[in-house]
Design a protein around this ligand. Sequence first.
Ligand code: HBI
Length: 358
Amino acid sequence: MSDRKLKLLFLSTSVGQLGSGLGGGVELTVLNIAKELYRRGHQIAVVAPAGSVLESIPVIEIDGDLQITAQTQDYAAPIIMPPNSVLGNMWEYARKVQAEWDIIVNFAYDWLPFYLTPFFNTPIAHFISMGSLSASLDRAAGQIADRFPGTIGVYTASQAATFAFASECQLLGSGIDLSLYQFCSKPDRKLAWLGRIAPEKGLEDAAAAAKIAGIPLKIMGKMQDENYWQKICAGCPDAPVEYLGFLTTTAMQEQVRECLALLMTPRWVEAFGNVAIEALACGVPVISYRRGGPAEIVRDGETGFLVEPDSVDELVGAIEKIDRIDRFACRRQAELEYSLAALGDRFERWFNSILKLS
Ligand code: HBI
């Protein structure tokens, strides 16, 4: 594989500042890939909405109105561009500086970056961070998949399968900085749930399962939909649930590592489920609906359990037999499959193939 050092311009998600949690899993993905490729000697800069922070990685902050989140729109809804679109401003910046970079890497789940691609001279790689949600985006991305083969990357096969251009997608998986997650062999009697508090994440099922199992549930993540949260509390008043807020990775893993298991209750095809590998890295088994990314991550019966989607009873059944899982096997899977080194290799290989380097 070529060891040429590349100049990579990342364009971040358009729905929130990096560090706000509004960008969900893609924030962690952008941070981890930028950190790992920077460590390998590539030149990186990240273009993101003003107010973004990304540890030691240079961020070019762009003003403007945030984009509406795609998952709150109907599939056939027209694309809405706010008056002073931060997404438009980010791509105007990229157009101006494109000659200084080898590749532009798009992390926004939006129609505009795909539409603009043929107007650029510098190659553009698109990392799609969710399954199919928008007819307009699907069409524009399909045209790019045909015209620029190999330039679309995704997390998982089940995510790719939601698109007509599935066979054109590069499967890149994910990865985390394992040194940030401390293994715990002796958990307390509590469960964890991690993620944006929003309907597509199915939190109500985790609360119901915790109530039936009679085990406290610690909830962490960005409070994206307050009404949804209030409805869960009202619907399950005496569930043993506690919302701990949107924590830093260090603080989050201090809570998660002490848990019996992480519950994952996705209503949609979760593109990956970074929270699953964060739990495994702490030695925490994952109990998840057999749906989307988590179904490709969890080794059923070995590093957790996969259950019938939307079945609270099967979540409870898995909770009751969780001590059959060896917590060392969970940590080992994270080390084998989800290290930053493995992630960096996959992304370097992808960029080199786009630049037709060996
Ligand atoms: N919606 N329009 C839009 N653009 C994004 O970049 C976007 C989104 N919804 C969710 C999201 N990004 C991220 O939370 C996921 O990609 C992880």
